[in-house]
Design a protein around this ligand. Structure first.
Ligand SMILES: *Cc1c(COP(=O)(O)O)cnc(C)c1O
Length: 388
């Protein structure tokens, strides 16, 4: 058995991707330009969305879409606590109240039934999260949004390559994809906003670059359009071409990448059925194509007297990287200590969120792994829990 460190994640970058980055470095234009435009086009082709805007991160995109929708003090935004902190931070920084919705006990996704009772007069937006590579049950969530006239922005950070009822995520609605280094397709740091709303897309494009009506790079003439001026004050959230180019090859291989991740995940799931007390997330029964972003298990501390944190520490001793996606936002220091004072008591219960927040553990999953790596991880887990 190899003792070489097996990380939680390794980006799916090949030699061609590396030379493509070198070509951009040699080209004389390294920031936002033709490559980020190409990446936007590739996302449009893949998802079938009407508009795509490349950004420095999904978090930046979340900030901009909240601004564009006019979210501010007095407003409520419904989102799970079982999410990456960026969404909750952005809502809070804008002075609005993050209203935490619980998630399904086994697939960690929220749904219309959990969201509906939290809707008030002040609810301005719903941000559900496609989790771990599975799709949300979008139809019911959009029906709810339409009934109450509340917009929905999908956190699709995990969902590039995922489909719901035969449609790629992004083909409908408004989505934020992340291209952070851990994600299925990466630009190191980066995000993509997609929408069917031309006006919203134009606003996000403007806000991401100083509030100018144009990108720095004129796509035809390689020069700043001389008439560019501030239409409204904006931010500096554009994606450089040295990043964008990295994802172009991955986008060409995305079906292959998704396929390989799925084969590895299914091998994990097969082998793990023999290990009691270790439960992978469930796969939703509605029609969807999973893109296997994360291989998450739950560690039941009552079975072996071993908790999740101990398992992670022991795996690390075996040269295996593991992680937590995620520690529930409302249990993190700032929100624990300040939420009630700022926003009032948290609406409970968040039973499934809290239970999973304690037990979830993400195992190594990336396309360059092979079956023997999966077998090594499962053997290590069996040995660790068997020795307890
Ligand atoms: C990664 C992630 C984000 C943020 O993406 P960045 O590109 O790093 O800003 C948001 N939500 C979820 C669920 C994520 O996993």
């Amino acid at each position: 058995m190899s003792n070489e460190f097996l990380p939680l994640c390794r980006p799916a970058i090949d030699e061609q991707d590396i030379s493509a980055v070198a070509d951009v470095l040699r080209s004389g234009w390294i920031t936002t330009g033709p490559k980020s435009a190409e990446l936007e086009e590739s996302i449009l082709r893949h998802t079938g969305a009407q508009h795509a805007v490349s950004l420095s991160s999904a978090t930046a995109g979340m900030h901009l879409v909240l601004l564009a929708l006019g979210i501010g003090p007095g407003d409520e935004v419904i989102t799970p606590s079982m999410t990456w902190v960026s969404t909750v931070n952005m809502i809070t920084l804008l002075g609005a109240k993050p209203v935490f919705v619980d998630v399904d006990a086994d697939n960690l996704m929220t749904n219309a039934t959990l969201i509906e009772p939290l809707i008030t007069e002040r609810t301005k937006l719903i941000i559900p999260v496609h989790y771990a590579g599975a799709s949300l049950d979008l139809d019911a969530i959009y029906d709810l949004g339409e009934r109450y006239k509340i917009p929905v922005v999908e956190d699709a950070a995990h969902a590039l390559g995922c489909e719901y009822k035969g449609r790629p995520i992004g083909k409908t609605g408004t989505c934020l994809f992340s291209l952070h280094a851990i994600k299925n397709v990466t630009t190191a740091e980066g995000g993509i906003f997609t929408t069917q709303d031309a006006e919203l897309a134009a606003r996000i494009r403007r806000l991401k670059f100083h509030g100018l009506g144009v990108d720095a790079f004129d796509r035809e003439t390689q020069g700043r359009a001389p008439q560019a001026e501030v239409i409204e004050p904006g931010y500096k959230y554009n994606m450089p071409d040295i990043c964008a180019v990295l994802a172009l090859g991955q986008m060409k291989r995305i079906d292959e990448i998704t396929q390989k991740r799925g084969e590895l995940a299914l091998h994990y799931r097969d082998l793990l059925t023999a290990v009691g007390g270790i439960t992978p997330l469930s796969i939703p029964s509605y029609e969807h194509r999973h893109c296997w972003h994360l291989m998450i298990i739950r560690v039941d501390p009552l079975i072996y007297g071993l908790n999740r944190d101990q398992l992670i520490a022991r795996l690390k001793e075996c040269g295996i990287g593991a992680g937590i996606h995620f520690k529930a936002c409302h249990t993190q220091k700032y929100y624990r200590e300040n939420y009630a004072e700022k926003f009032g008591e948290i609406t409970k219960p968040l039973t499934n969120t809290e239970h999973n927040s304690e037990q979830i553990c993400s195992l190594p999953l990336f396309p360059d792994m092979n079956f023997s790596d999966v077998e090594r991880v499962v053997a290590a887990i069996s040995e660790i829990v068997g020795n307890k």
